[in-house]
Every structure is written in C-alpha cells, then in structure tokens.
Design a protein around this ligand. Structure first.
Ligand code: PNS
Length: 157
C-alpha cells in the first residue's frame, strides 16, 4: 500500500522525520510530497526542501521524495495512492486536519487520511518554531536534522 505524506516541509523537522520513519513501518511505500505553493512565502525553495528531505531519509529505502502542485487528491490519484498520511500533535491541529480530511473526502471518496500521533517529545515542534528560534540565534540542533540546521544557520547568518 502506497501512502502520500504531503506537506510544506519548510523545513523538515525531527517531528516530520518521526512520522516518516513510523509510516514506513505501516506502508509498503511512502511518498513525501512537497507542496509547491507559489503564494506561500517559503524560506527554502522547493528544490532545496527536496534536497534536505532526501539527505535525511537516505536510510529509508521505501521512501520517495517528490513535489506537487494543485490538489493533493489529484496528485494521490496520479501516484496510485489511496492513503494520505498526516501527523497530529496537539488538539489545535485536529480542527485543521479534520477539515482537510473531510475536504479531501468530498473531492475523492476513495481517499483515506491516516493520522499518526506525533511522538511526545515533538508535540511542540513546527517548522515555524524552528525558524523563529534560529532567527533569534537559539540552538536548533535538537529540532532538525544536521543538514537542515546548517542550511538554516547559513540563511540567518
Ligand atoms: O505542512 P502543511 O503546510 O501543514 O501541509 C498542508 C498541505 C500541503 C497538506 C495542504 O495545504 C494541502 O493538501 N494543500 C494542497 C491543496 C489541496 O489539496 N487542498 C484541499 C485540501 S485542504
């Protein structure tokens, strides 16, 4: 079974990586799909985000990194995937995630969203928090993979 893990990944964090590592234990193939959204003011280009994710998932043979534009369900159909994988951290995520899952159901009744509860140690973690800490000179080595931390530090230095 193929699962799509869609997201912005700007940048990938240990929280995302945790979901990917646990996803590969549940699904035969996991496609990490980076949304190319020109209207979102991303810190890293789509190419850079793909490179960052590839580097930190090299140890996972059943993971593919790709990018997409438009609707996630249309991309999932193209890839022959019926499962969307998402992480749930805290209660406030739930509302947004349920709305997305319901929207996707209305767009394609064949799709299922599977939620994994984020590991406890990453329940506070988000790409935005990482960027905020880095911007003010705080340490982010415990929050993102080494290659990503280097890119962020270079960006803000
Ligand atoms: O990492 P994010 O920003 O929380 O990911 C959000 C994402 C990419 C999963 C969501 O915005 C999305 O699926 N966008 C594609 C457009 C789409 O399919 N919209 C309908 C479902 S809300």
């Amino acid at each position: 079974m193929v699962a799509i893990y869609p997201g912005s990944f700007d940048p990938i964090t240990f929280g995302h990586l945790d979901i990917i590592e646990r996803g590969v234990k549940l699904f035969d193939h996991v496609i990490v799909a980076v949304l190319c959204n020109p209207s979102k003011n991303a810190l890293f280009s789509q190419e850079k985000r793909i490179e960052q994710i590839k580097k930190c998932t090299m140890h996972l043979s059943s993971v593919e990194i790709d990018s997409f534009t438009g609707l996630t369900v249309e991309y999932a159909k193209q890839k022959g995937a019926r499962v969307l994988l998402r992480g749930l951290r805290v209660l406030s995520d739930f509302e947004k995630e349920l709305q997305m899952a319901h929207t996707n159901q209305t767009l394609w009744s064949g799709v299922e969203t599977v939620f994994l509860a984020t590991s406890k140690e990453y329940s506070f973690l988000s790409s935005s928090i990482v960027k905020e800490i880095a911007q003010f000179g705080g340490s982010i080595s415990h929050l993102v993979p080494e290659n990503v931390a280097k890119d962020i530090l270079m960006h803000y230095s």
